[in-house]
Design a protein around this ligand. Structure first.
Ligand code: AMP
Length: 281
């Protein structure tokens, strides 16, 4: 596996990757787990050459403490990527990656201003800045993103369409622990008890099924989920939302539609986590 730590070095290597080879790209912030590796495996099975980036992007953290405490394990990450036969890992430095780059200036049609965008001001601007910059350097044919960060996936799709970029955005299923807890780098900051607590959220969401969804009206369902989640020790919801999966517009009635996404952000102790559940009925 090639390890590249600077933009100039990366560009030299990129220019030597055969023009006919398709490049699959997986941007990450490191502290890799099976969720990230599932994206790498999908890139490998869909493309000729797989590039992973590891960069803890300061621009997308609205909370400086969250940035400082974000787990870092570069050496372990490199080993994990070698084990799944990744072709190249790009680990740039923040001054290098943002040198001579003004940021991405596009209107995301409001998909960035609800939910995570509302609760984490500036977050999605930081996300499109780094993903825009990385796309410019990596020039992938396909890029792989997890549905755990569902809104991020839609933001990236919107950015790609608006900028008319020639890259296919592939959404990948959420990888979970046996307990149902969605894998996340931030889970390493939880105690064992908190992990058990956080795993309850997926169990609560899973009680809503295609069979019983029509028994609820939306307001009651949001209240019900909020109450159930807040009953779990150490857990405090930030939001529970029910939205149209393609637009993230709030759903007010389930009667005339056949798919929804339930999105949840919550604190477990002082660690902020997100999860979601997609339902097609
Ligand atoms: P991050 O390192 O948190 O920025 O995540 C990098 C990529 O991995 C993003 O596209 C995430 O959505 C994806 N990802 C993170 N956790 C999971 C998971 N549990 N299952 C699937 N994809 C994930």
């Amino acid at each position: 596996m090639i390890i590249s730590r600077s933009v100039s070095d990366f560009l030299k290597i990129r220019s030597n990757i055969g023009k006919t080879l398709s490049v699959g790209f997986v941007p990450t912030m490191g502290a890799l787990h099976e969720g990230h590796l599932s994206l790498v495996k999908q890139a490998k099975s869909n493309c000729d050459f797989t590039i992973v980036s590891i960069f803890v992007n300061p621009r997308q953290f609205n909370d400086i403490n969250d940035y400082i405490k974000y787990p870092k394990s570069f050496e372990k990450d490199i080993k994990l990527l070698e084990d799944v036969s990744c072709d190249l890992v790009f680990i740039p430095d923040k001054n290098d990656i943002y040198r001579d780059f003004d940021g991405v200036d596009i209107d995301l049609d409001g998909i960035d201003s609800v939910l995570e965008g509302k609760h984490r001001p500036g977050h999605f601007q930081g996300v499109i800045d780094i993903v825009g910059r990385l796309f410019e350097l990596v020039k992938p044919q396909k890029a792989f993103f997890g549905k755990k960060d569902y809104q991020q996936l839609l933001v990236i799709k919107t950015m790609t369409n608006k900028m008319d970029l020639d890259v296919e955005i592939v959404g990948c299923e959420i990888v979970r622990e046996k307990s149902g807890l969605a894998m996340s780098s931030r889970n390493t900051r939880l105690t064992n008890t908190q992990r058990e607590n956080a795993a309850q959220i997926n169990k609560i969401l899973n009680k809503i099924t295609v069979k019983n969804i029509l028994d609820y009206n939306v307001e009651t369902l949001i209240d019900h989920l909020t109450n159930e989640i807040n009953k779990v020790d150490n857990i405090k919801t930030e939001y529970v939302a029910i939205c149209e999966p393609d637009t993230l517009k709030s759903v007010y009635s389930i009667r005339n539609i056949n798919k929804i996404i339930i999105l949840v952000a919550f604190f477990c102790g002082n660690v902020r986590l997100i999860d979601n559940k997609y339902l097609h009925f």
